[in-house]
Design a protein around this ligand. Structure first.
Ligand code: LLP
Length: 421
């Protein structure tokens, strides 16, 4: 569910007309709904009532500080995967004890940063990382709480580029080696084992892979406890899918997923940590764009819009579907056309949708790409020297630009010329 609906003939984010935002900000822009962000966070938080838990929003999905602060105020922690994300979370006022640090290639500098600033735990992904973290912790005179990310060798049945839980993927340590690695961790004085971490992929639309993975983690918890390790936290990752299209995707509901977690891990008495990203931000954001031209091709019509693959790369990168709707509510008898919806970038890959049914549009009409809140703005680039797309946050009848569009000068002036030119 989201808070983007037609009111008085125009698509609104909560109580703000997207046409008004477009007039103020220009297009393209991302717009997020506070009410949707909060609703999604609460689905998780309240769904785990009665279970000791912490929801660490995977901020890679949408990391604007205004979004982080909105969630942190409700009690969210953050899952960070770089020194940059860590600093952003701290800048947004997230308490360090609610920050977990994930990622397969943490550098020494990043370790030093998070240990100096403090954090809840590091999710360690390999033995070399474990040794380096131990060395850094000892050099700072600290003991760092860790989990080890295990790779349960489970097929997440999602797009190959975002599946992470198979043995051929680069993530975590094989679950078959877990006892050995935990025994090593126990000997390293800079580390304190506190739990187990697992994350098998993103946009999962089936509960079965979660069930398989979590069962393996539950078994491992008991084994490791027998080995003498104090396993008290289970970080069960993120990954629950969302409906991108009303017609063809039917992912499990959050409460079904949370029930599964309770079923598979409830008997262990562990604190449950979750790292949802997409489920919180995905349906909370739209990308709004203007139609530049409608161009008659051979046997097809191109809707050329002012957003492009540099602003929203998911269709080009993952063949992802985003529903496209007009910002002005289609009139009852307005014809529906089939469009190839494309951006201005000089690549055929800059195609958002093919043969997509949308109410007939003309130049300067506004269209919105739905479900673009997660992995949208954060994956944007300046390819083709197109300035980074701005972001807007709505709350009730108010809106605020939370990241302005850089001017062309600002973008260009970041280049520095060497002395010989
Ligand atoms: N935890 C870890 C360790 C992760 O690697 C990820 C996502 C998450 C949590 C959050 O997963 P979520 O709940 O959002 O599914 N750019 C891709 C998605 C990449 C996901 C990477 N890891 C896309 O646009 O589909």
């Amino acid at each position: 569910m989201d808070h983007f609906t037609y009111k008085s003939g125009a698509l609104h984010a909560e109580d703000v007309s997207l046409t008004d935002i477009a007039k103020a900000v220009g297009t393209p822009f991302y717009v997020y709904s506070t009410a949707t962000l909060e609703r999604h966070f609460r689905l998780f938080d309240e769904g785990l009532q009665g279970v000791d838990h912490l929801i660490c929003y995977a901020m890679k999905a949408a990391s604007n500080q205004a979004i982080l602060k909105t969630l942190a105020r409700l009690g969210a922690g953050m899952d960070v995967v770089s020194g940059g994300e860590y600093q952003r979370a701290i800048a947004a006022g997230v308490p360090p004890e609610r920050i977990v640090f994930s990622g397969v290639g943490k550098t020494r500098a990043e370790m030093e940063m998070v240990l100096a600033g403090g954090l809840r735990q590091v999710n360690v992904e390999s033995e070399p990382e474990m040794h380096l973290l131990n060395e850094v912790a000892q050099s700072l005179g600290k003991t760092v709480p860790i989990t080890v990310r295990v790779n349960p060798d489970v097929d997440a049945k999602t797009h190959a580029k975002i599946a992470t839980g198979k043995s051929e993927n680069k993530f975590g340590i094989p679950i078959s080696k877990a006892r050995e690695v935990y025994n090593l961790a126990a000997q390293l004085e800079g580390l304190q084992v506190v739990g187990i971490d697992v994350h098998i992929g993103s946009q999962l639309t089936d509960l079965e892979p979660f069930a398989l993975a979590y069962r393996k983690v539950a078994e491992l918890t008991e084994t490791l406890r027998t080995d003498g390790h104090d396993i008290k936290r289970l970080d069960l990752g993120g990954g629950l899918g969302i409906p991108y299209s009303k017609s063809n995707e039917n992912p499990p509901l959050p409460y079904e997923y949370l029930d599964l977690i309770k079923r598979e891990t409830g008997h262990l008495g562990c604190k449950i940590e979750l790292e949802p990203g997409r489920l919180i931000a995905g349906n909370a954001g739209l990308l709004v764009s203007s139609v530049i031209y409608v161009k008659e091709g051979e046997g097809r019509q191109f809707m050329i819009v002012d957003a492009a693959m540099n602003d929203l790369i998911r269709p080009a990168m993952y063949e992802a579907h985003h529903d496209v709707v007009t910002v002005v509510e289609p009139a009852p008898r307005q014809p529906v056309m089939e469009y190839d919806i494309v951006g201005p970038v000089c690549e055929t890959g800059d195609t958002f949708a093919k043969e997509r049914a949308v109410a007939q549009v003309k130049s300067d009409d506004l269209v919105a790409f739905r479900t673009a809140g997660a992995y949208g703005a954060v994956m944007a680039s300046e390819y083709n020297s197109r300035p980074l797309v701005p972001e807007v946050l709505v709350k009730g009848d108010q809106f605020a630009v939370i990241r302005p569009r850089p001017t062309l000068e600002e973008m260009i002036n970041r280049d520095t010329l060497p002395s010989w030119l």
